[in-house]
Ligand binder design. Structure first.
Ligand code: AQP
Length: 342
């Protein structure tokens, strides 16, 4: 039975990159799969978060999921810290994974910066918790943006090493030759990597200090239009062929955003706008972005006005997630040799 799991961190403003790289795919997969979408609050605190803001942002990501079209009744939406299987399995994976694997992760290197000794231990172990998030449900497919590819490879390495290290016990407990599946990343769609509006070589990111680098899902029409107007570009007209976007990261990014929002290919966008200046293209892009994101932002604001309802969605999702994860975790404990209460 294919099962989808993915998560989003409640660490700041959700932006167009999170939307096009992840949430759009979350919505589409609901038609064909059982889906579990998690607000990964335990990942968030690998770097310090203001407690009041964290609570607000957990609710905001939940509102974004629902506003974008995720159905929390047919599928599961919850926040990670409400299901203790994530933390329990992560500990076991901390003992399976190797420190060297973690040290090689580019996200750790980027986020820890120069002062690695001072990064939290949680930031180093982040991929181990991510493997636990996915494998606590034996999820087979994980939709993510391009930046998460390395972490998903590590999830497969951890699953494989667990399956090998405990092979005899797995077989003796009647689970055959593998306890965990090797999860497939789903890095699909035309927008697996949306870049900053200020620098076409950096990914659009929640933690970029400049709010002009990203379009937030909660931005109003004026903010969206202003950010696109101010987006960095070069001085040339748009090319007629996608080949002409090579070496022009900002132009490539804006054409890619237009393509993803409209459902067209980049070439189709260039068929329409090739030869035109950015002064003509940017207003068209702004109109499109407002048309697509405006209703989501409005629905998020409506949902955020009733935090009690959001908390109910999370509680119901957590109870259903726990019911799936609990027997899988019990099986792991048996395989490892722990004694547990029935
Ligand atoms: N720029 C992006 N383009 C496409 N996909 C992206 N994602 C993030 N940025 C882009 C995808 O969004 C999902 C949720 O991301 P996350 O919140 O778990 O963590 P992140 O990737 O670290 O997000 P940010 O925005 O870059 O936050 P900071 O600044 O804190 O690092 C993931 O599927 C991710 O691939």
């Amino acid at each position: 039975q294919p099962r989808v799991f993915s998560g989003v961190q409640p660490t700041g403003n959700l932006h167009l990159g999170n939307y096009l790289g992840a949430i759009v795919n979350f919505v589409a997969l609901q038609e064909s799969h059982d889906c579990i979408y998690c607000v990964v609050d335990m990942h968030a605190i690998t770097v310090w978060q203001d407690p009041t803001e964290l609570s607000r942002q957990i609710r905001e990501v939940t509102a974004a999921f629902v506003a974008a079209g995720i159905d929390p009744v047919k599928h599961i939406v919850f926040n990670q810290s409400q299901v203790s299987a994530h933390a329990e399995l992560a500990w076991i994976f901390n003992c399976v994974a190797r420190i060297g694997w973690m040290n090689r992760m580019t996200q750790f290197k980027d986020k820890a910066g120069k002062d690695k000794e001072n990064a939290s231990l949680g930031l180093l172990a982040y991929p181990s918790l991510m493997a636990a998030d996915i494998l606590a449900y034996k999820a087979t497919h994980v939709p993510v943006g391009e930046d998460q590819k390395q972490h998903l490879e590590l999830t497969r390495d951890i699953a494989q090493k667990f399956n090998n290290d405990y092979a005899a016990s797995i077989a003796a407990h009647g689970y055959g030759d593998a306890y965990f599946p090797l999860t497939e990343p789903l890095i699909t769609g035309p927008a697996t990597r949306i870049m900053s509006l200020r620098d076409g070589t950096k990914k659009m990111s929640k933690s970029d200090p400049s709010d002009y680098s990203r379009i937030n899902l909660t931005d109003d029409a004026d903010q969206i239009a202003q950010k696109i107007r101010k987006a960095k570009t070069d001085a040339d007209a748009l090319p007629g062929e996608t080949e002409g976007l090579k070496g022009r990261p900002e132009a490539d990014n804006l054409v890619g955003i237009y393509a993803a929002l409209s459902g067209l290919s980049k070439q189709q966008v260039l068929d329409q706008f090739g030869g035109q200046q950015f002064s003509a293209f940017k207003p068209a892009l702004a109109d499109l972005a407002v048309q697509k994101l405006g209703p989501i932002g409005a629905e998020m604001r409506r949902l955020m006005a009733d935090p009690g309802h959001i908390d109910q969605i999370l509680a119901s999702g957590a109870a259903r997630a726990d019911a799936i994860a609990r027997p899988i975790l019990d099986g792991v404990k048996d395989v490892v040799g722990f004694i547990r209460r029935n």
